[in-house]
Ligand binder design. Structure first.
Ligand code: G1P
Length: 273
């Protein structure tokens, strides 16, 4: 029912745009990146959105609240239609927030979200990775798989071998088309050391034992507490699945990916909702 959104990162690749604006609020056409993520989580039934925020991220909190002035100004006018999508989100979901005070990595962000989650399986969505699919969204596909396996699940995609250093990379036994039981995962390996070219994309379903494991996980790549390292501990216990999702993914944490997503959404979705 719950999904963690780590949204505390700096977004340095988009400076100066992200100097005073969170990177998660950058719009793909007319909708902020984080709203695409929230809509995907809601579709998967994860209607409590747990935001792990940081300093300078207030506009995210404000985005998922009523703007009284705006509502008042445009209520009953022809412009009201432009508020439909965000109103729909606010009707369906609850937003909880906690601040990550220090940037110590994705694993640390997830651990910071523990108080918002408790002892239940939960989703994690990195809004930099925009995933679009005309049928069922990626988190929904993964929730369905969770019901089958009751293990942590990571979304994966094949990437060119020379890009493994940007991702967590997995290796495992193929159980059936597109589903692997993971036995090895490495965070950002050099191409020469990568166990495969199957890269983790920013969608996870995690079982809550991950919190205790994260507490014991030493800093890894970049000196940060890595979720991938904690998942490796679960994988050794035989309970991490990797799933080649159906859909198209854009790396909106990079300028080329962001532009590609913008063009794709404009051509395929804008004005057609
Ligand atoms: C994070 C994870 C990495 C994963 C990636 C997906 O890295 O640590 O394992 O492959 O997200 O986007 P980041 O992109 O935050 O450096």
């Amino acid at each position: 029912n719950k999904c963690v959104f780590p949204v505390a990162g700096y977004g340095t690749r988009f400076l100066p745009a992200t100097k005073s604006m969170p990177k998660e609020m950058l719009p793909i056409v007319n909708k902020p990146l984080v709203q695409y993520g929230v809509e995907e989580a809601i579709e998967a039934g994860m209607t409590t959105c747990a935001m792990v925020t940081g300093r300078g991220k207030r506009s995210i909190t404000d985005h998922f609240d009523i703007s009284y002035e705006l509502e008042h100004q445009i209520s009953g006018t022809s412009k009201e239609i432009h508020l439909d999508s965000i109103r729909g989100v606010l009707d369906k979901a609850v937003f909880t927030m906690v601040r990550q005070r220090e940037m110590k990595g994705l694993g640390h962000a997830i651990l910071t979200g523990e108080s918002l989650i408790g002892n239940e399986p939960f989703g994690v969505l990195l809004s930099d990775d925009l995933c679009l699919h005309d049928g069922v969204g990626v988190l929904s596909q993964m929730a369905e798989l969770y019901r089958q396996f009751r293990c942590s699940i990571v979304a994966i995609q094949e990437v060119p071998q020379d890009e493994t250093h940007k991702y967590g990379v997995i290796a495992g036994e193929s159980l059936k088309e597109g589903i692997y039981r993971v036995d090895e995962m490495v965070e950002k390996p050099d191409p020469a050391d990568a166990p495969s070219n199957l890269a983790i994309i920013g969608r996870y379903i995690l079982t809550p034992d991950i919190f205790d494991i994260l507490r014991e996980t030493e800093p890894g790549a970049n000196g940060e507490i890595q979720l991938t390292d904690a998942l490796q501990t679960q994988a050794r216990q035989g309970c991490v699945m990797a799933y080649k999702f159906k859909g198209k993914r854009f790396d909106c944490g990079s300028v080329p990916g962001f532009v590609e997503a913008t063009n794709f959404v404009y051509e395929n979705y804008y004005g057609k909702e």
